[in-house]
Design a protein around this ligand. Structure first.
Ligand code: 5GP
Ligand code: MN
Length: 332
């Protein structure tokens, strides 16, 4: 993969650009896609952003969401944009399988491909890019990308809101260890440019439905298991339990973090039965590598302290299997 600066000459004249991100996009995925979108449009390019699946409700306020295509609902228009593109940007993922249904089309595409991402172990399929696992978020890297092209002055309120959203959500509101001095410098720069951060926090964190809050109460009371011996916490939710409250996958966002707020818990797992697969989310504090854990046992990956995976066994078997692994490896 060539360094990202080598792509700048390609962008000297107006181009058709396709941007995509991972399936089930989060704040960093949509923030980086839209931040880059607004920047490239300002530079005179014709840009199409495609999300592999629907956006969560808490991001629907973001500037530019109305221009995004949802591949699952608009596959024809999405594939047309991909075919017509001169350049393809991939943000916040580093393995085409993370786009789910877009995997094949991206693999087959022959245009120059650019990666901007902070996950571990990128697949060697991009022509240009930045892959820096130490970065707090892909949005921080969009900021770096704009600065590398000497365009800091082009960062307007739309771009600032998008970048801030991904930095905010991927750092757990500036608390995770990835929150470097540079991250705070970035926020200071956005603030000096006029960014209003409070409304963004409200949109993202204070936009719960009553049923979501009640579901959380039920989960914490009835479904959270703590294993003090392993410094671990587990929340496992079957399809039936999820249906009981009729909550969406967005309503389950952040559930995995709750066990970590209990003193002594350093490893938290959320297992959810969805459609025909069992999805797992892993979070840790300190030196327990959940990216390695997800890769080793559950066909997944991600970051050192935040990862995900999936199982093809039944929900009950997956939960039993997970507990067996806990007692085998004895995390501390
Ligand atoms: P989440 O638990 O929020 O779904 O995912 C946490 C982190 O792990 C995210 O950074 C996400 O990109 C990564 N991740 C989630 N599922 C998978 C997976 O199946 N494979 C890989 N490689 N990474 C995943
Ligand atoms: Mn990210």
């Amino acid at each position: 993969m060539r360094q990202i600066q080598d792509v700048f000459p390609l962008l000297q004249t107006p181009k058709k650009i396709f941007i995509t991100t991972h399936h089930k996009p989060d704040g960093d995925a949509i923030g980086s896609m839209l931040g880059l979108y607004h920047y490239l449009v300002k530079k005179g390019h014709s840009v199409t952003g495609v999300s592999p699946s629907e956006l969560p409700e808490f991001l629907m306020w973001m500037p530019g969401v109305e221009h995004l295509l949802n591949y699952e609902a608009e596959s024809k228009a999405s594939l047309k944009a991909l075919q017509e593109a001169d350049v393809i940007f991939c943000v916040d993922f580093n393995d085409y399988t993370r786009t789910k249904h877009l995997d094949q089309a991206l693999t087959a595409a022959t245009q120059p491909k650019v990666l901007i991402d902070h996950h571990l172990f990128p697949k060697p399929v991009w022509d240009y890019g930045m892959s820096i696992p130490e970065k707090s978020s892909t949005c921080e890297m969009i900021y770096d990308f704009i600065n590398l092209n000497n365009d800091n002055a082009l960062i307007d309120n739309n771009i600032a809101q998008c970048i801030y959203t991904g930095v905010l959500t991927d750092t757990g509101s500036f608390r995770f260890p990835v929150t470097t001095a540079s991250v705070h410098d970035l926020v200071a720069d956005l603030k000096r440019k006029g960014l209003q951060h409070s409304p963004i926090h409200e949109e993202i964190y204070d936009s719960w439905s009553l049923i979501r809050m009640q579901f959380l109460g039920y989960v914490l009371m009835e479904k959270m298991e703590i294993f003090p011996k392993y410094n671990a916490g587990l929340i496992a939710l079957s399809k039936k339990e999820i249906r009981l409250f009729n909550v969406s996958s967005g309503d389950m966002e952040g559930l995995v973090n709750y066990p970590l707020s209990i003193s002594g818990v350093r490893f938290a797992t959320l297992i959810t039965e969805r459609g025909d697969e069992v999805k797992m989310s892993f979070r840790s504090k300190g030196d327990f590598d959940v990216s390695d854990f997800a890769r080793t046992y559950f066909n997944g990956g991600g970051h050192f302290n935040a990862s995900g995976g999936r199982a093809t066994t039944s929900f009950d078997d997956t939960v039993a299997n997970f507990k067996q692994i806990l007692s085998d490896i004895h995390p501390r």
